[in-house]
Design a protein around this ligand. Structure first.
Ligand code: 13P
Ligand code: SF4
Length: 305
């Protein structure tokens, strides 16, 4: 009970300060339940990018990880974009630096770079087009026969090659949270819940997506669950999404493939930190103008598809 009272006090303060600052709160599907619940908009990476481009608010509080706040700053340069915990990074995004990418492009003359949004703004600035887990297959399809370097997630890249039956150079990055999910986890849950349908994120290893019934982005999972006939769904992605799945689908059962799939960075943001961000207007994430100018073409190309 004391925790609940504390949360409702914090929520009240956040809402009143949010109004004063004319701020909009964007929240990723992996955030803590109480943080999702104060979001004006909760979504996957693609949906949040679209929202950031259209909200037209003086202040955006981004409850997600650093690259997402950067993308919001690229798309909404006149807004002050606040990340409530500046340490909330993405280890996969850090698996490629702009220097490494430039060197690789020299090694592979003529290659076109498809860059998963889980990357820094500087890396996006050196890429031809961005993609998210929701649109990666369509983005690569739009590149025709070109020679493609897919960065930084090898597993999302590999998944795209299997869907499109084509080769690509794959950067050896990965998500440390999604690689914790094992194929055996899904097999075991299917034994426990006969008839259950397994939904896996394409950041999972190939042997995991191979035993899943559907491979979907987090937004895709939410849409699938709404109309699914199955009563039980096994969810192979970061466990934060279970909150929304349960909240929006009363009467259906959602079980994680494994409780180990927790992204510590996504969980750094708390209600207190959201309040402090609005009080102190910190920490602002701003992409330098020269980087923004080059990065925006890769992001815009994706959004225009
Ligand atoms: P979605 O694009 O499905 O939201 O997942 C991205 C992700 O893993 C965020 O880190
Ligand atoms: Fe990065 Fe993985 Fe966390 Fe997503 S879940 S923010 S890809 S570490």
């Amino acid at each position: 009970m004391p925790n609940q009272n504390k949360n409702s006090e914090l929520v009240e303060k956040i809402l009143s300060l949010k109004e004063k600052r004319k701020a909009v709160i964007l929240t990723h599907n992996y955030q803590r339940p109480e943080v999702q619940d104060i979001g004006d908009f909760v979504g996957d990476s693609l949906e949040l990018s679209r929202k950031a481009a259209e909200v037209n608010a003086p202040v955006i509080v981004f409850c997600g990880v650093h690259f997402m706040a950067e993308t919001a700053s690229i798309l909404s340069p006149d807004s002050v974009v606040l990340l409530p915990d500046v340490e909330s990074g993405c280890p996969m995004a850090d698996m490629i630096t702009v220097e490494q990418l430039i060197a690789k492009k020299k090694e592979l003359p003529g290659v076109r770079v498809v860059c998963y949004v889980n990357s820094s703004a500087a890396v996006k600035a050196e890429s031809d087009i961005c993609c998210t887990s929701a649109n990666a297959v369509n983005v690569v399809r739009s590149m025709g026969e070109s020679k493609i370097l897919f960065i930084p997630d090898q597993y999302l890249g590999y998944y795209v090659t299997t869907r499109l039956r084509r080769d690509m150079y794959l950067w050896p990055g990965f998500c440390p949270t999604h690689v914790k999910i094992q194929a055996q986890d899904i097999i075991d849950q299917k034994k426990r819940y006969p008839g259950a349908v397994a939904l896996a994120h394409p950041e999972c290893r190939p042997e995991v997506t191979a035993v899943a019934d559907e491979v979907l982005s987090t937004g895709g999972m939410l849409r699938y669950a709404r109309t699914a006939q199955a009563e039980v769904m096994i969810i192979a992605t970061e466990t934060g999404i279970l909150h929304r799945l349960k909240k929006e689908n009363f009467g259906k059962t959602f079980v994680p493939a494994t409780a180990k799939a927790v992204c510590p960075n996504m969980k750094r943001i708390t209600l207190e930190k959201v309040l402090w961000a609005l009080e102190e207007m910190k920490t602002e994430v701003k992409v330098p103008i020269d980087v923004r100018k080059r990065a925006i073409s890769a992001v815009d190309r994706m959004l225009s598809l």
